[in-house]
Design a protein around this ligand. Sequence first.
Ligand SMILES: Cc1cc2nc3c(=O)[nH]c(=O)nc-3n(C[C@H](O)[C@H](O)[C@H](O)COP(=O)(O)O)c2cc1C
Length: 184
Amino acid sequence: MAKTVIVYFSGYGHTKRIAEVAAQAARAELVEIDAEGHVSEAGWAQLDEAQAIIFGTPTYMAAPPWQFKKFADASSKKWFARAWQDKVFGGFTNSASLNGDKQVTLIALQTLASQHGGIWVSLGLAPANTKAATRADINNLGGSVGALVQSPADASVEEIASGDLETVKSYAVRVAEVAGRLHG
Ligand SMILES: Cc1cc2nc3c(=O)[nH]c(=O)nc-3n(C[C@H](O)[C@H](O)[C@H](O)COP(=O)(O)O)c2cc1C
């Protein structure tokens, strides 16, 4: 599969676990945005070398948290140089509510990728939205732009719905495969 990097922020560990699960499925590398919104020099180099970049962030107050925004602003250096032009991009977000305004965050991620001249990959999964559907089903949250995950407010990192984790795994593999077809 293509060289894929998941760059993520996680305040309380839930999004970190999701990123780790996705990375394992897609054989992707992980780059963490730290509590100050910084990415290491090595992390920036990984992103420059990636064929696919997946953004991962919780939704805080209907948007990516400031740490992710700091990373996005810092990526303007790459924007000036068109360094990420034509890379393949995807994104996922995680929040406490079933909806919780996650879509606003996803659109921010998609727009960031577009500013960089990237090729955004949709989720590519039908929703599991019948009466029989459960939280163990893939794409039970009915996303299309990217992957959606719910971590209930009182859930530990081990208690994230299996269907949502499968959704992110499937999506990360899809992003890596698309990148492989374009850049492999
Ligand atoms: C400052 C703050 C704002 C939040 N805003 C939202 C929100 O708008 N919608 C929502 O569903 N959950 C919201 N949450 C809940 C988090 O998205 C949720 O706890 C998530 O799992 C945190 O991920 P993390 O552990 O990776 O930081 C908020 C949490 C915090 C701390």
